[in-house]
Design a binder for this molecule. Sequence first.
Ligand code: BES
Ligand code: MN
Ligand code: ZN
Length: 499
Amino acid sequence: MKTIQFACNHAPDFNQFDTLIVPVGQQGTLPSLASELPQYAALASLVHDLFESGDFLGKVAKTLLLVRPAGFDVQRILLVGMGDLATLSVKNTLSALKAAADALDHCGTVNALNACVLVNPNETNQAWSVQQNAQVFQKSFYDYAHESRGATPLKDPKLNTMTFTCEATAQNLAAVQQGQATALGMALTQELANMPSNFCTPSYLADTAVQLGNEYGFEVTILEREQMIEMGMGSFMAVAQGSHTPPKMICLSYKGSDAQTAPIALVGKGVTFDTGGISLKPGEAMDEMKYDMGGAATVLGVFKALGQLKPDLNVVGVIPATENMPSGNAIKPGDVVTSLSGQTIEILNTDAEGRLILCDALTYTQQTYHPAKIIDMATLTGACIIALGHHVSALMGNNQALVNDLLSAGLATYDRFWQMPLGEEWDEQLKSNFADMANIGGRPGGAITAAQFLARYTKDVPWAHLDIAGTAWVSGANKGATGRPVPALVQYLMQQARG
Ligand code: BES
Ligand code: MN
Ligand code: ZN
């Protein structure tokens, strides 16, 4: 993906730009910009006139593109409605920025090459603002471009440079960098998730990890079926036995801190297609089960961002990747398997496969890397969508400090999480007469009982679980991967690195 050159300059010469991007409040006012900005008075009176005439009211996410505006040297001015500037919410800011990016029309007609975005120099949340600007504009370049589409991409983004009118402080520059790296990570996550499962196989995910390793110097190890059977990953291998496509355990390690520091581990569900297995899913919208590797794609997207940002941290990524297929060799309801941890599982429903592959990955991660914390992410349950819908990911964990840090990272990036409870009352729903536990806990609290299952494999480490079933992709006319929860996780990790 083409990258934008970002810069911060608190008093740039406007002649060097072809496009000015100007946020406008709902009273037809500019943010209280520094007087040192050239043509401030002319801009303010232009915006005021447009408000008086009713042509531009500054409503949230409305835009107006002025071409060759009289009295200005720039080719075009893009006015962006921000709503009430006094109570500017995170949500409104982001939708306004998305509208601004859309208005630059990457499908071809607007030739904005060098843009300048007016940022209020007095804004207390200036770093946040430039971070979101960089993220939204860079992310707007993403277009599903894989050869499997059989057509050339629709987008042809022209923007080369974007300058923010604020001081080039270390904090602002770091924020811009984080926003851009987040967008590049999200684009990788989206691309992998959007690819059909006949292209995006476990081997393809493994190859992607190897490529990232070559590009950024991560250590990458891939475990094969025979090795994993040998090691005793009876639960993961039970899911994988129904598929001819070879399963992989994909491990990446980023070392940005000293060797003694225990890493933060990210574990992502990589079911490249979930048919349900013998407990076959109904046909409607089954194509969307290509997105069941959204957790895996998130881990790879976060690693892409880590490669760009190089924070002072150690991070490992572990991805159990397989298809979940019905076949003559597939696991059957009632089968009992032994997980790597030694705990036995009665598989009452082969469609609850995510927890079966994650439990072995969680045990393997602890045995191999002795992490300080584990965060897993998975498109784990339909029940999560019933409980929370599509706007927040479910968050559960055994350590409230870790949960709180993730909640605030989610709020800062508007990639939100909502905590759900854990407790022994729900854990009891996993009781089995034939093994240490069943792999399902019935319909009540389905997202919680799935997490309760994982909690049995993470007793000795601070652990958090993200159920991203409702947030990793959108259905309907705009069907596609969202790149979530890359923004919140990058924010969390950068916050950890800052200490
Ligand atoms: N990948 C699905 C969860 C899912 C379903 C995510 C729909 C997004 C949209 C998962 O493997 C699954 O099938 N879960 C079952 C669990 C049940 C059998 C206990 C579910 O949610 O129905
Ligand atoms: Mn399933
Ligand atoms: Zn699944």
